[in-house]
Design a protein around this ligand. Structure first.
Ligand SMILES: NC(=O)c1ccc[n+]([C@@H]2O[C@H](COP(=O)([O-])OP(=O)(O)OC[C@H]3O[C@@H](n4cnc5c(N)ncnc54)[C@H](OP(=O)(O)O)[C@@H]3O)[C@@H](O)[C@H]2O)c1
Length: 327
């Protein structure tokens, strides 16, 4: 499958490096607003074509699928452009700013006979399946404490007076949609649609959440999601059941998982995969769904993206966080 990329930061490099593990992946073209950057990036990753005009890239007959890693608020217009030109789109998380955009983009994808995916690495990793299996052994779930909190180097820039995209309402930034989305995907992927949503955010002067705690109510338990871009957490995630507790590091990558049996206090390691180049799992899934036209799996991913985005939308509404595109 011939790929084009949008965005030249480290995440696009990680995507390309992980994708290259698959024989089906061919990097054909890269886009940057700057010709110099595009040339450097193409050289680094051995891409034959460079573009500085997105419309031209979208028209290219040489590309089947585009990976979009531009700032969040631009995902929608970038994705729509490629979908309208019948290119499959893999868009970085958070897929768009709101569900209105997402529903329209899914409609356009369908109309043009192509697929639209949200790149969310933890959900597609085999360790998510291992987590799901482990939870089946702990009896009824009674609490989930999931989080991702990392002090961002971009916060230093913010404190110095600049406005990095991820700290900006104009660019649809914020802790919940940037980092909280990983534990949120775990919660939604494991437990489904919550009956209650409550988000307490620490809203910065730029109008986005620097940190916050989201609680999701489920039948018989609460899933608590903490996220921050202005401080770092060192505590593991855990899902507590009546018979035992599953503990793991890092809601983003899911590693070092163990199950602690309540009756014996014994720690049982859960077999998990090596997460090196973990983006390869999502890429392989997306390419397989496209190749096999697997509508059932696609529908499942679509619903998950919609549900996750509807929760972050409600969380923002509760805290008066309004993105530039919504003003
Ligand atoms: N899956 C993951 O683990 C992961 C990790 C990090 C980020 N992400 C996601 O990837 C996306 C990009 O994140 P990032 O931190 O790389 O963002 P970023 O540095 O703000 O921007 C990404 C790219 O977009 C272009 N760009 C930057 N500012 C722009 C502007 N004002 N207008 C138009 N284009 C602009 C730049 O490419 P050119 O200058 O070459 O045009 C840049 O390389 C986000 O959606 C983020 O959530 C995912």
């Amino acid at each position: 499958m011939n790929f084009g990329t949008v965005g030249t930061s480290w995440i696009t490099s990680s995507f390309i490096d992980a994708s290259r593990k698959s024989d089906d992946f061919i990097l054909k073209a890269v886009y940057s607003r700057s010709e110099i950057k595009a040339k450097e990036f193409a050289e680094k990753h051995q891409a034959a074509l460079i573009y500085t005009d997105l419309e031209e890239m979208a028209k290219s007959e040489k590309i089947d699928c585009v990976y979009i890693a531009s700032p969040n608020s631009l995902h929608y217009e970038h994705a729509l452009l490629f979908l309208r030109h019948k290119k499959h789109v893999i868009c970085e998380k958070p897929i768009f700013s709101n569900t209105k955009e997402l529903k329209e983009a899914f409609r356009v994808a369908k109309e043009n006979g192509v697929y639209l995916f949200e790149a969310i690495r933890n959900f597609h990793s085999p360790n998510f399946k291992a987590l799901k299996n482990a939870i089946e052994k702990i009896g009824p779930v009674r609490a989930a404490n999931l989080h991702r909190s990392r002090y961002s180097s971009k916060y230093n820039e913010y404190l110095s007076g600049s406005r990095p995209n991820v700290f900006s309402a104009e660019y649809s930034g914020g802790a919940l949609t940037d980092l909280g989305i990983y534990p949120l995907y775990l919660s939604v992927g494991l437990f489904g649609n919550p009956t209650k949503i409550s988000y307490s955010a620490n809203v910065l002067e730029s109008g986005i959440d620097g940190s916050g705690t989201l609680t999701l109510g489920y039948d018989g338990f609460i899933s608590t999601i903490m996220c921050s871009k202005i401080s770092t957490s060192y505590i593991p995630c855990e899902i507590q059941g009546e018979k035992g507790t599953v503990v793991f590091e890092d809601a983003g990558v899911i590693v070092d998982m163990k199950l602690i049996d309540n009756a014996t206090g014994q720690e049982l390691p859960v077999v998990t995969y090596n997460m090196e180049d973990d983006m390869k799992f999502e890429i392989n899934n997306f390419m397989r769904i496209i190749s096999n036209k697997n509508e059932e799996e696609y529908l499942e991913l679509k619903e998950l993206s919609l549900l996750t985005l509807s929760i972050t939308e409600e969380a923002r509404r509760q805290n008066g966080i309004i993105y530039g595109c919504e003003r």
